[in-house]
Design a binder for this molecule. Structure first.
Ligand SMILES: N[C@@H](CCC(=O)N[C@@H](CS)C(=O)NCC(=O)O)C(=O)O
Length: 239
């Protein structure tokens, strides 16, 4: 990571969300705000109106404290007092059990199975396919100071077509992916935003339902709260 990127990452340190009564110390989210997985946890916290401290963390230079909450050095990590857990989906599952309203993991069997599946499909199919777009065009050149390989980004634009077609196919003309707004919606929106840092956008002509759904997500107060903080970090990184 370049010196400038390290400095900018530190700007992410701070408290987000309204103070909740009787919770001391506040929860901590360890990660890089522009990461799709980290954002998933941040949006879940914001949806639930929970206060938390951002602990900017770089997997490439992990601190001891970060490795305690994320033993394999992956972001995000999370701590709530003495309890800690890593992995974005595990963090959302914990939050949903401890702070049930609003639910982000549906209770109804089919809706729950589908929401978990969508979260998994995003994390294990869409993100791996699309990662080169953001790695080669943004992360390497801007954050790590290394040249990107445009041919890998172009190949990834092709590779994401299959998962994108799937998501377009299961979306309705309104509403969410699995009944109520859920972890599946958060995961997909977060991955599209991070891929977007590679200069890619959802094509509304070929994916009209996905584009309209993305707008609905972006209109949510919790999303805007997280996006606002992130925008200043992105702008500072770009210089
Ligand atoms: N399944 C995990 C994936 C976490 C993950 O792979 N994070 C990446 C960054 S986006 C990471 O920490 N990579 C650094 C590494 O693997 O050393 C989750 O949902 O949190």
């Amino acid at each position: 990571m370049t010196r400038r990127a390290r400095q900018v990452l530190q700007q992410a340190k701070g408290t987000a969300g309204p103070a909740a009564e009787g919770r001391v110390p506040p929860m901590k989210l360890y990660g890089f705000p522009l990461s799709a997985y980290t954002r998933k946890a941040a949006v879940a916290l914001a949806e639930k109106g929970l206060e938390f401290d951002w602990e900017p963390s770089n997997p490439g230079q992990p601190t001891e404290e970060f490795l305690k909450v994320s033993p394999f050095g992956k972001i995000p990590g999370f701590a709530d007092g003495e309890f800690s857990v890593s992995d974005s989906s595990a963090i959302v599952a914990y939050l949903d059990a401890k702070y049930p309203a609003p639910a982000l993991i549906p209770a109804q069997a089919e809706a729950r199975g589908r929401a978990i599946w969508l979260d998994e499909a995003v994390d294990t199919v869409l993100i791996p396919a699309g990662a080169p777009i953001v790695h080669q065009r943004f992360l390497y050149p801007v954050v790590f100071g290394k040249p990107g390989d445009e041919s890998l980004a172009v190949a990834a634009e092709e590779a994401i077509q299959k998962p994108l077609a799937y998501f377009e196919g299961i979306l309705g003309s309104d509403g969410w992916l699995s009944g109520e707004f859920s972890i599946g919606d958060i995961a997909l929106a977060c991955s599209l935003k991070t891929i977007g840092y590679g200069g890619w956008t959802v094509d509304a002509a070929s994916h009209p339902k996905l584009a309209a759904w993305q707008e609905r997500v972006q209109a949510r107060a919790a999303w805007q709260q997280v996006a606002e903080r992130e925008a200043s970090i992105f702008a500072a990184l770009k210089g």
